[in-house]
Design a protein around this ligand. Structure first.
Ligand code: ATP
Length: 366
């Protein structure tokens, strides 16, 4: 097990800068998740740590050792890719044992570890099968098992669940979390699935265009996104962004006035006439049954689409004088139809305010 330190790491491919000025320190035993849209540099960071990519500039430490020029095989790192490659002529047991055999681990110990790993990944009954006799999900678990059995000082997982169907993906995600709790091996996990990021991570690193946007605990990144990119990347549906003008007592949103409670007004520190972008999560908007009252933080909208999800309903609504749709997520069933008018009540305590020019969060200030 080991801590991992990246100092101003940069990787350029000819004139493409895949990652730029990446710095963070992962304490020993933590589970960190790298998320971000396609092409943001997640895999490049992982491959650089594994030693599969050279470093253009900056420093990489695993434990206390500078790794920049250390070959991949000497890094004691196990990596699992989305396209796991199992040895087709070997059984499941032999595949799991392979890494340990290469490292000349004592045969008795190998047998024991294969058993333990197979048990924890529900592979015991499949140990004598060859990969082609397994489902995709079972093969993926063997690939994970092979990495786990080696007990490396660092796990690097690159979208390891993306080939699995929804149910298996949920189950394997939970197994992974449990395994990490048992083994405590430092893990870096790449995904663009934000549910995986939220559920697995001790810390999330959100990336965009090769740069770090925010690092933090899942809940804090979700609640207090550093900028609009993070706000709209994490969360499904994402945070709603509304263009508004601050008018002192209210926000003018396309001609509708959204009243600002007095205590919030004092904390906002905006100047009258200032343009801002308001961020509000779909679950922080309620349907209000009372008539529109401009003294309250309400918006009049038109229902465009209703999506019942069983436990909750997702409603897409349009603001009358402004473009774009808002997502509203309410518990239970909503008896409304496209074309209906609704009053929405925003939980103003949950409001984020962003600078419309830079996208940076201006409020809450922390
Ligand atoms: P995805 O989620 O689609 O896998 P990613 O976030 O993992 O994307 P990377 O694979 O790290 O992104 O790629 C980051 C950037 O570097 C992209 O613009 C990509 O085109 C570029 N890139 C990656 N590898 C190479 C390479 N070998 N040669 C040239 N450009 C590359």
């Amino acid at each position: 097990m080991a801590k991992v330190i990246l100092e101003h790491l940069k990787r350029k491919f000819n004139n493409v800068t895949a990652i730029e000025d990446i710095s963070f320190e992962i304490p020993d035993g933590e589970f960190w998740v790298l998320v971000g849209p396609s092409g943001c540099g997640k895999s490049t960071i992982l491959r650089t740590i594994a030693g599969l990519e050279t470093i253009t500039s900056g420093k990489l430490f695993i434990g206390d050792r500078l790794m920049n020029d250390i070959p991949a095989r000497q890094r004691d790192v196990a990596m699992v890719f989305q396209n796991y490659a199992l040895y087709p002529h070997m059984t499941v047991a032999q595949n799991i044992a392979f890494g340990m055999e290469m490292r000349k681990v004592n045969p008795k110990m190998i047998q024991e570890r294969v058993k333990t790993v197979a048990r924890s990944l529900s592979l015991e009954h499949l140990l004598d099968r060859k990969p082609k006799q397994l489902s995709g999900g079972q093969q993926q678990r063997v690939a994970l098992g092979r990495a786990i059995a080696r007990q490396p000082q660092l796990f690097l997982l690159d979208e390891p669940l993306s080939n699995l169907d929804a149910q298996l993906r949920d189950d394997t995600r939970a197994e992974l979390k449990q395994l990490h709790q048992q083994l405590g091996i430092t893990t870096i996990y790449v995904t663009h699935d934000q549910v995986e990021a939220m559920t697995l991570a001790d810390q999330i690193v959100v990336l965009n265009q090769g740069k770090i946007q925010q690092i933090g605990e899942p809940q804090s990144v979700y609640t207090l996104p550093a900028n609009q990119m993070v706000a709209t990347f994490l969360g499904n549906p994402p945070m709603n962004i509304l263009s508004a003008i601050y008018r002192g007592d209210n926000f003018d949103i396309g001609g509708q006035l959204l009243a600002i409670p007095k205590d919030l007004r004092q904390r906002l520190r905006l100047s009258s006439g200032q343009r801002v972008n308001l961020g509000i999560r779909p679950e922080h908007i309620k349907i209000s049954n009372s008539e529109v009252n401009l003294q309250q933080s309400k918006l009049l909208v038109e229902v465009k689409l209703i999506e019942p999800l069983g436990r909750e309903t997702l409603i897409r609504v349009g603001l009358f004088d402004s473009l774009g749709l808002l997502n509203v997520q309410v518990a239970g069933i909503v008896r409304s139809h496209p074309g209906d008018n609704l009053n929405l009540q925003l939980d103003m305590n949950q409001l984020c305010v962003f600078n419309p020019s830079t996208g940076e969060r201006m409020f809450p200030i922390f």
